[in-house]
Design a protein around this ligand. Sequence first.
Ligand SMILES: N[C@@H](CCC(=O)N[C@@H](CS)C(=O)NCC(=O)O)C(=O)O
Length: 202
Amino acid sequence: MIKLFHAKGSRSVRIIWLFEELGLDYELVVLERGKPNPDFVEASPFAKLPAIKDGDLLLSESVAIVQYILMKYGEGRLQPEKDSNEYPYFLHWLNFGESTLILPIVDILKNTMFRPEEHRHQYTIDSAKESFIKLLKTMDPMLSQQNFLVGNEFTAADIINGYTLRLASNLELLNGADGTINVCDYYKRLEERKAFQKAISS
Ligand SMILES: N[C@@H](CCC(=O)N[C@@H](CS)C(=O)NCC(=O)O)C(=O)O
């Protein structure tokens, strides 16, 4: 059975969400702060979550794990056909959620929570909020035309971005500001999914 190293609220939520959408069996290994786990160190040399162990395979990076799981166990689900016109856009959105959309969120989290107070910068917070809202405004018109990022079918790209939007929602950045209403509605559609609810409560 696939083993998933997890900590509540971390990017491993994406992988639980994926497993639940696909109805796959998995074993959750929940890491505890201050308790080193040698299996995790082996699976994730950079000590980042998520990481999986599937037989002899050890893999980290949430987008890579999603691609691997779809390739091995997806049976064509949660992604467009590889030779379709949609597939390149699927790859774009799959990467966008971790390579672009999350960057301002990480800046905000570092400067409001993770860093000691004396190393937090208000300017970084303000400019990250501005960049994030700009990204939402760019996504918004497309989401007035379609239910999900790649047309009207839910795909794994929605999982990657949905987790990022969850962090934004926790930071009260999905509050229906002008020009972002369709993204906010899109996020509400994601929140309604049973697999999402299971992932965030795990
Ligand atoms: N790009 C990586 C980022 C992984 C990452 O930074 N994970 C965070 C948890 S959400 C982590 O392990 N942080 C612990 C640390 O940086 O020491 C991915 O998508 O998996």
